[in-house]
Design a protein around this ligand. Structure first.
Ligand code: NAP
Length: 277
């Protein structure tokens, strides 16, 4: 039976370090605050925003939710980003996605001051990740790397198969993993023979958004499986990996909840602290 890669344990180690950093920063009188820009309408975004505020509070990091009405215009939304950019007490900006359909997420991403861009949404941040400046990478890929690191899982020379090519998870992960000398394959909805490709992975990372897409038959015996997926099913959170099945063949696996997600939230705080004034 697979070893459980416990995200809560990884998060706890980081929390201790970050709380100490936040306390030291306070002593010097410097600012450190996360501004979450929340356009009303998406229930999951509100839950996420609230959980970030709670975490920030517990670590002694500042936090504020900038609330905007569901019918906010593009100009008003960009003006709110501008205010965060210019506010010296705010060191990190995180707009909640998805936005309502009438708003343009790309315009929001390019408006964020790259110096305050905690989730690497701005194309400049994405470019820095590509050229190997991994400390600028988005929080979820950094959480995946933090879990692999915490559990001393060898990456160099191993074949990592990622399922999902989003700008926020799959693509930046390629660069972080290459930086650690992995051989990387990335799959997506048009990949042929998905099972055969995934089965080659020494490490498999699922970031799809399809409950239990990755079953036992897709996993090589002894592989390490990291499940980024967060899907709601009948009021429960489930991953992209069929945990019960895959745990019988994998060497190690992250649970959902209690895996990548909790570490991701901590990575947001790490980025806010790193971008301090
Ligand atoms: P996304 O932007 O919707 O991307 C999904 C990716 O999966 C796309 O590349 C898509 O392929 C691919 N895909 C869809 N169906 C597939 C299939 N049947 N076979 C193979 N590939 C398929 O999603 P995302 O934002 O990356 O998020 C992915 C999942 O991670 C979601 O469950 C999300 O909730 C979760 N998530 C978790 C965290 C965390 O903190 N743990 C953070 C962010 C996201 P195409 O490109 O061809 O469409």
């Amino acid at each position: 039976v697979a070893q459980i890669l416990d995200g809560r344990q990884v998060a706890a180690a980081y929390k201790t370090k970050l709380a100490a950093e936040a306390a030291a920063l306070k002593q010097t009188g410097k600012a450190c605050k996360l501004a979450v820009v929340l356009v009303d309408g998406d229930a999951a975004s509100r839950v996420y925003a609230n959980s970030l505020m709670k975490l920030a509070g517990s670590l002694g990091v500042g936090g504020e939710i900038i609330e905007l009405a569901a019918q906010v215009t593009q100009e008003e939304l960009l003006a709110a980003i501008d205010r965060c950019n210019h506010d010296e007490t705010i060191t990190g900006i995180l707009p909640m996605m998805p936005l309502p359909k009438h708003l343009d997420a790309d315009m929001v991403a390019t408006r964020i001051d790259p110096a305050k861009d905690v989730d690497a949404l701005h194309p400049l941040s994405a470019g820095l990740v590509q050229v190997g400046k991994s400390r600028w990478a988005p929080c979820t890929p950094r959480a995946v790397m933090a879990i692999l690191d915490y559990y001393h899982i060898d990456i160099a020379g191993r074949h990592v198969v990622i399922i999902g090519r989003s700008n926020i998870v799959g693509k930046p992960l390629v660069h972080l993993l290459l930086g650690k000398n992995a051989t990387v394959t990335i799959c997506h909805s048009k990949t042929e023979n998905l099972t055969e490709v995934v089965k080659q992975g020494d490490i498999v990372i699922a970031a799809v958004g399809k409950p239990r897409l990755i079953g036992r038959q897709m996993i090589k015996h002894g592989a390490v499986v990291i499940d980024v997926g967060i899907n709601e099913e009948a009021g429960n959170l489930v991953g992209d990996v069929d945990f019960d099945q895959v745990a019988t063949i994998a060497a190690a696996i992250t649970p959902v909840p209690g895996g990548v997600g909790v570490v991701s939230n901590v990575m947001v705080m790490e980025a806010v602290l790193e971008k301090k004034n």
